[in-house]
Design a protein around this ligand. Structure first.
Ligand SMILES: *Cc1c(COP(=O)(O)O)cnc(C)c1O
Length: 229
């Protein structure tokens, strides 16, 4: 099936209709993204700053780009002029830098706090207690050029559906608690980004309203540089 076919059939899935679909285009070419764009897709996710900046330059400007990979503070300035949402905020230091750079671009940038839910050492993200600490800090309260729209999480890469379900359930419960405690009067705290190609159905069942799909749309990723595909 072509990229356009994949998008068409996803749009017919009853659970996908309810959520926001981010097409994860990392390692994929500009032509692949154009094909998805022609099929109506406007939200794309990338995991590195370099690829994001290059692709933004070469593709239509009404694409909304989401950063979904770890962001180093020294690279924030390259994406703040155009980024639509940064889903991978994993420290107050990073959030402060985003705020500082967003101010220079005269923007307010939508962010998600990435919360660590997996049973793996390699995943970035804040612990539940660290996320709370950030939200309670005076430094956060003083940031005017970022807006925390919700949370993002990545489940463990495992065959155990039960474990994945439990992790997503935990994040949804945390999301509801955070909303109640810190964003009660703020309807813009509304995004729970969880679910990738292998686990998005479980994620939606557990209350996700934004899924990030790469291989389901673009096919398997080969580990090659996107420019040399
Ligand atoms: C690569 C990636 C995805 C998409 O992965 P697929 O399994 O191809 O759907 C989603 N979220 C993050 C954070 C990723 O890095």
């Amino acid at each position: 099936m072509s990229i356009a076919d994949n998008i068409e059939s996803l749009k017919k899935e009853t659970d996908i209709i309810k959520v926001t679909l981010i097409a994860v285009s990392k390692t994929k070419t500009v032509q692949d993204i154009e094909e998805a764009y022609k099929a109506g897709q406007r939200l794309f996710g990338e995991n590195t700053v370099q690829e994001l900046v290059d692709k933004h330059e070469h593709l239509p400007k009404d694409i909304q780009w989401h950063l979904i990979g770890h962001l180093q503070t020294n690279k924030v300035k390259y994406i703040t002029p155009f980024i639509s949402m940064i889903q991978s905020v994993d420290s107050l230091k990073l959030l402060s830098e985003i705020d500082k750079q967003a101010q220079k671009s005269n923007r307010v940038i939508d962010c998600l706090l990435q919360v660590y839910i997996a049973d793996e050492e390699t995943k970035y993200g804040l612990g539940f207690d660290e996320a709370i600490e950030l939200l309670r800090s005076e430094e956060y309260t003083n940031l005017n050029h970022i807006r925390i729209r919700g949370l993002m999480g990545i489940a463990t890469n495992t065959d155990s559906e039960k474990q994945i379900k439990d992790e997503f359930y935990e994040l949804k419960t945390f999301f509801d608690g955070v909303k109640q405690s810190y964003f009660r009067k703020d309807p813009t705290f509304d995004t729970l980004s969880m679910g990738m190609s292998s686990d998005y159905k479980i994620a939606i069942e557990q209350g996700s309203n934004m899924v990030r799909l790469g291989s389901t749309i673009f096919g398997q990723r080969v580990i090659k540089h996107w420019k040399n595909n």
